[in-house]
Design a protein around this ligand. Structure first.
Ligand code: FES
Length: 281
């Protein structure tokens, strides 16, 4: 593996750990969606909703790519990452074979508040590449005694992770083209199936998160949303991932939060509509 000066540090300025790890397995589970298990000690501390930075082997790319954690196997000390090819970095990851040595930064982010869903009716909503973090979340909530329902939103019939999610609760599918499940989005399913929720936890594209924020406010349901955002440093130093919040930060006295360190999971009430609209794709 090509090494750069920056990669030799065990711990960077943020206190986050860099660790050499190795690929255990890798397969394509849907077009351009890859499922990779990595052996790493980070599995002992990782939890649902957190992410790790994965470095490419190209020395020109000093910054890691943020990838959310799909599943944690503490016994085997392994993390499962399910990611979409979205550029050169992730295209390189997709070519890695078992035994490949990789460099990780982590564990990053705050994760979902499991205590807020403990013993309650928890409805998990994942859209597109926001579905993978729902797997570890479904597992942790079901272990916490929650009644777990998962609503997944896909573009078309090329589903992924559905059987894995079914281990932890009832799974509903929405597709944009109506080829499988309900035609529409995750909230179409919520209304059509008249699903009750004490708490909603979600990850997906901005329009979906914006709609969930509005839905939760109208129905007075607690909601926690994980913001997908372009990130650079991943450790709070570059301010490249700032989002607009409804409350002022106690230290800086501005309506900002860093998604990589204050998030990526936020109480939906704390994220301003301005941010969710401005970052619509
Ligand atoms: Fe640099 Fe969040 S990515 S501050």
């Amino acid at each position: 593996m090509a090494e750069t000066g920056i990669r030799k540090d065990k711990v960077n300025m943020s206190g986050k750990r860099k660790e050499k790890a190795s690929v255990l397995s890798q397969r394509e589970i849907a077009p351009d969606i890859y499922d990779m298990w990595i052996a790493t000690d980070m599995a002992t501390e990782a939890k649902a909703g957190q992410f790790i930075g994965v470095y490419t082997n190209n020395p020109a790319n000093l910054l890691p790519r943020p990838i959310s954690i799909c599943e944690v196997d503490r016994e085997r000390k392994a993390l499962r990452l399910v990611y979409r090819i979205a550029g050169k970095g992730t295209a390189e990851f997709a070519g890695w074979q078992p035994g490949q040595e990789v460099l990780l930064l982590g564990v990053l982010g705050n994760g979902f508040p499991i205590n807020e869903g403990k013993g309650k009716k928890a409805v998990l909503m994942g859209g597109g590449i926001g579905i993978p973090p729902m797997l570890q979340l479904a597992r942790e909530l079901s272990e916490a005694g929650s009644d777990v329902t998962v609503i997944t939103g896909y573009r078309d019939s090329r589903l992924f992770l559905k059987e894995d999610l079914e281990k932890y609760g009832k799974v509903y599918v929405a597709t944009e083209d109506g080829s499988v499940g309900t035609k529409g989005n995750v909230l179409t399913v919520m209304e059509k199936e008249q699903i009750d929720a004490d708490v909603i936890m979600a990850c997906g594209p901005m329009p979906m998160l914006r709609a969930i924020k509005a839905y939760a406010r109208e129905k007075q349901i607690a909601a926690y949303i994980s913001l997908e955002e372009r990130m650079a440093c991943g450790v709070g130093a570059c301010l490249g991932c700032v989002c607009k919040t409804t409350h002022k930060d106690a230290h800086s006295h501005v309506n900002n939060a860093r998604i990589c360190t204050d998030g990526p999971v936020f109480d939906a009430r704390a994220v301003s509509y301005t941010h969710l609209r401005a970052h619509e794709t």
